[in-house]
Every structure is written in C-alpha cells, then in structure tokens.
Design a binder for this molecule. Structure first.
Ligand SMILES: O=C(O)c1cc(=O)[nH]c(=O)n1[C@@H]1O[C@H](COP(=O)(O)O)[C@@H](O)[C@H]1O
Length: 233
C-alpha cells in the first residue's frame, strides 16, 4: 500500500457543500471519514456523493447500544456499502456479536472497527472519572481482545497502544489510529498523540488525520508533507 493510501481524512464539517469543498481541495485523498457531525447534519446522501467519486468511506458512527438496536443499525448501514464502520467495544460481547452477525447476514463487505479507548481520554480521566481500575494500555488491549473474540474486524486505538495490540491481536486485525500529529501541528483536544511515521512504524494500518490537514492554511501542502514523512518509513 502506498503511504498516502494509509491516511484517512475526516470530513468534520456540517454541510454537504463544505464536505465537497474539502474533497475537491484534496483530490489525491482516496479514503474519507464521515463522522457524527456530518452524518447528523446531512444524512446518508453524502455517502453516495463520495462513492460516485470512487472514494473509500469510513463511516464513524461509534454505535453503542443494546444488541438488538446495534444489529438493526448495522443492517441499515449495510445497505450503504461503506468500507469501515465504528462501534464501541464497551457495548459488550453480545452487542459486538450481534453487529457482526447483522453485517454478515446482509452480505455486506463493511468491516467493523471497535473503539477501545477514545484518544481524547487520558489515564487520569480513565481512572478518576470513568472509574476503570486497569492501566489505560491494558484496558485498551482488553477491549481489542473482546472485539476480536466477538468476530470484529479491527479496532480504533491511539498510536501509543497500537504496537501492543498488533502483537497480541495479530496481523489480520485492522488497526486504525486517530490521535496522530506531525511535529509541526497542534495537539488540540487529542491527549495520546504520536507522529504519523511513529504510528505506522508501531503497526497501524490506517491513520485518521484531521485538523493538521483540514485546518492548515494549505491543506494539500500539509497532506503532501505528511505523505513525504511516511515515504521514509
Ligand atoms: O473513531 C475515530 O475516528 C476517532 C476515535 C478516537 O478515539 N479519537 C478520534 O479522534 N477519532 C476521530 O478522529 C478524528 C481526529 O481528528 P483530528 O483530531 O482533527 O486529527 C476525529 O474525526 C475524531 O472523531
């Protein structure tokens, strides 16, 4: 895979026009993420627009509900023919299994990714606010193992956990890392960051990189700079 094919850019905007403008600004980007902001603003129509342009789609809905509801949502998403869909590992084993079964029964090629621990959460918040008694890397690993045991295709994790997850979950398990920041970009609300090159070296299949590209004065230049950095991996 070429280095640029490993970068997924999120369309974190609230209108079809703004999304199309970003896609047009970055014609070489082949993999786009549609997340909660855009999907709740404009609905599934954006998916067809991206498909018509031959783009790959990561639908980041982070589903988290009881098994029956998750299965129903997955059945609906199956008809969109997107490449990736996120669900929360903390929905539990039965919800994960029901989601996978719904996608398989619908004969969909959509791959499911389980969120382990959001990259905006740090160890302190995990312990004191969420009351999780495990160390953060161990908890992320346990969530990935739960997802794998439940038939889920991969996980979303911070680059800090990716090497351990790769080692334990094996080469066939897809690992997608947000929380990626080149040295020249601001971290913003991301708490567990690493550079694109470090994240790939640690074992990520794909990187989700938003604001360092989309909020740059020249997004195309920022994207090219990241691709150049990845070319030396
Ligand atoms: O599922 C995700 O994509 C995701 C999971 C996570 O743990 N952290 C995280 O930042 N994301 C998404 O990755 C993108 C990161 O964007 P930037 O922080 O602008 O690079 C956003 O669209 C987030 O919704």
């Amino acid at each position: 895979m070429n280095p640029e094919e490993r970068i997924i850019v999120p369309l974190d905007v609230n209108s079809t026009e703004a999304a199309i403008a970003l896609v047009e600004q970055l014609p070489q980007v082949s993999f786009w993420k549609v997340g909660l902001e855009l999907f709740t603003s404009v609905g599934p129509s954006i998916l067809q627009i991206l498909k018509d342009q031959g783009k790959q789609i990561f639908l980041d809905l982070k589903l988290h509900d009881i098994p029956n509801t998750m299965a129903g949502a997955c059945r609906s998403v199956a008809s969109y023919q997107v490449d990736l869909l996120t669900i929360h590992a903390t929905a539990g084993r039965h919800a994960l299994q029901a989601s996978k079964e719904a996608i398989t029964t619908a004969n969909s090629s959509t791959k499911l990714l389980a969120i382990t621990v959001l990259t905006s959460i740090n160890s302190r918040e995990l312990a004191f606010d969420l009351k999780i008694p495990l160390e953060l890397p161990e908890y992320a690993l346990q969530m990935a193992i739960l997802a794998k045991e439940s038939g889920i295709d991969g996980a979303v994790c911070s680059p800090h956990e990716v090497s351990q997850l790769r080692q334990i979950c094996g080469d066939d398990f897809l690992l997608v890392c947000p929380g990626v920041r080149p040295t020249w970009a601001e971290s913003g609300d991301q708490k567990r960051v690493m550079t694109p090159k470090q994240a790939i070296q640690a074992g990520a299949n794909y990187l989700v990189i938003g604001r360092p590209i989309t909020a740059a004065e020249n997004p195309l230049q920022a994207w090219s700079k990241i691709c150049d950095e990845l070319a030396t991996v």
